[in-house]
Design a protein around this ligand. Structure first.
Ligand code: CP
Length: 314
């Protein structure tokens, strides 16, 4: 593995899952591997879990970590090649990537979708510029369209908690007052399709994910029908892909409630967090014994650690 920006960078998912679960049992087993190495975490957008779990993962491997919230603490970044920078941008992304590569052995980048220009978002300009210009491995800490570290933790968690060989996993759209990217949902589908589960996506009309992700996946707009016999319910809001960036209004009944969970096969509930309580899912679901929200957040560390270890071993 040279970089980690999507599932496509992973040669053997089963072995990476096994490695993460081994690290969970013995987090300091490779403490000397990262000694003298530095992880740089570059945040264009906010984070709690990704930031702290990546720092903890690096610490478990003996690495140093440097973090910058680049929009607040750095110079304003120019993305266009060849631009005449006589307006408000002060540092070209090419220079930033090359300079950060002088200080770091691995670079993590977090950048969100604009939700204004679908073509530009799906071109993944920032992550691809780092891949082009950085001279060290690049990890996505969530990009405009994908969140591979989250998805890796998602599949680890399902592997840990599944009770049948091929569980039914339902990805359910849920309401949210503001437009959110499709990254977590896209990435979840990309990863989970490569594991042994029955995947069903349920979302209102007008909220289908990009066809490149949903190809060969059952997508239905009747949430109750989708939830029937589910072993795992993964709730997530995403804004419209077709009517790009539009939020759903009048769809509050898509919230996950105790009554809806009763339709399932005593399903485990999952969400990547942060979550707007009682909007996406009720407190009674989030705080129930079937909720895996904190277990999933915990697995973020071992997902990140398995990826860092793999990159350090190259
Ligand atoms: N799930 C997740 O990526 O959380 P943060 O945005 O807090 O990092």
């Amino acid at each position: 593995m040279k970089n980690f920006t999507s599932l496509l960078d992973v040669n053997n998912l089963d072995s990476l899952i096994t490695k993460a679960l081994d690290l969970k049992k013995n987090p300091l087993a490779h403490f000397k591997r990262g000694r003298g190495k530095t992880l740089g975490l570059i945040f264009f957008n906010p984070s709690l879990r990704t930031r702290l779990s990546s720092q903890k993962a690096a610490a478990n491997l003996g690495m140093n970590v440097m973090v910058i919230n680049i929009n607040e603490d750095g110079w304003k970044i120019e993305l266009e090649d060849g631009s005449i920078m006589n307006f408000d941008t002060q540092e070209h992304i090419k220079d930033a990537a090359k300079v950060i590569s002088q200080y770091c052995d691995i670079i993590g980048i977090r950048t969100f979708a604009s939700l204004k220009n679908q073509k530009k978002d799906y071109e993944e300009i920032i992550i691809n510029k780092f891949l082009e210009y950085a001279s060290v491995p690049v990890i996505s800490l969530e990009s405009a369209t994908l969140h591979p570290l989250q998805s890796f933790a998602d599949v680890i968690t399902i592997e840990e908690y599944k009770k049948t060989k091929k569980p039914k996993v339902v990805l359910s759209w849920a309401p949210h007052p503001k437009a959110l990217p499709q990254a977590v949902a896209n990435s979840f589908v990309q990863w989970i399709k490569n594991t042994d589960v029955e995947l069903v996506i349920t979302n209102p009309k007008g909220f289908d994910l990009a066809p490149s992700f949903t190809k060969d996946v059952k997508v239905i707009d009747n949430q109750d029908e989708a939830l029937k016999d589910a072993d795992f319910v993964y709730a997530k809001n995403w804004s419209s892909f077709d009517n790009y960036g539009a939020i759903g209004t009048g769809l509050d009944d898509w919230k996950i409630t105790v009554e809806k969970m009763k339709l399932t096969n005593n399903a485990k509930f999952m969400h990547c967090l942060p979550i707007r309580r009682n909007v996406i899912a009720d407190d009674a679901v989030l705080d129930s014994e079937n909720s895996l929200i904190y277990e999933l957040a915990n697995n973020r560390t071992y997902a990140a650690q398995a990826v860092l270890l793999k990159l350090l071993e190259q």
